[in-house]
Design a binder for this molecule. Structure first.
Ligand code: NI
Length: 178
């Protein structure tokens, strides 16, 4: 159990395509997942991808339970997702605010598919197959982007809508970011 350092934008690992996990149910995979969980919780994040702690593997975790940083967000169950594949189910893109623990202190408006199906595996290798929408769909798209070297500013269409959280949302507790 460890809180790891979160790599920030500019680190080359964040720009790489992560490798698929080839062995499930291993002590190494469980240790990685524990570190991801602990690091995300310590930063009060909505999600974290393995490359953000320097591990270039296709592993993400996410989940939101009444996060004070996302008062409007629906609850998203804590999910471990390995080797994910996302299929957009809606051509429509929806704009919404995002932040990223690798881009601390900033928020930007990012277009995402409003409804997606995601498939993948849990740590034991059991398959996961969900169809989600709204904030849940946004979070999974954001996290899976980390596995193909994309940070949310690269998805933005209008950089005038990128700003410091403390300026954009002065009332929001900005001790951490995600
Ligand atoms: Ni992120």
């Amino acid at each position: 159990m460890a809180v790891r350092e979160i790599l920030r934008m500019g680190h080359p690992v964040l720009l790489r395509h992560a490798d698929p996990v080839t062995r499930f149910d291993t002590p190494e995979l469980y240790a990685l997942l524990e570190d991801l969980h602990d690091t995300m919780a310590a930063a009060n994040g909505a999600g974290l991808a393995a490359p953000q702690i320097g591990v270039s593997l296709q592993v993400v975790v996410f989940g939101v339970r009444s996060n004070p940083r996302y008062p409007e967000a629906a609850q998203v169950p804590y999910t471990v997702l390995v080797n994910p594949v996302i299929t957009p189910l809606d051509e429509a893109l929806e704009d919404g605010w995002e932040g990223c623990l690798s881009v601390p202190g900033l928020r930007g408006i990012v277009p995402r598919h409003s409804r997606v199906r995601y498939q993948g595996f849990d740590a034991a290798g059991r398959s996961i197959d969900r169809t989600v929408e709204g904030f849940h769909a946004r979070v999974v798209q954001h996290e899976c982007d980390h596995l193909i070297g994309k940070l949310y500013p690269m998805r933005m269409r209008d950089l005038t809508q990128l700003g410091y959280t403390s300026v954009l949302f002065p009332g929001l507790d900005d001790s951490d970011d995600d």
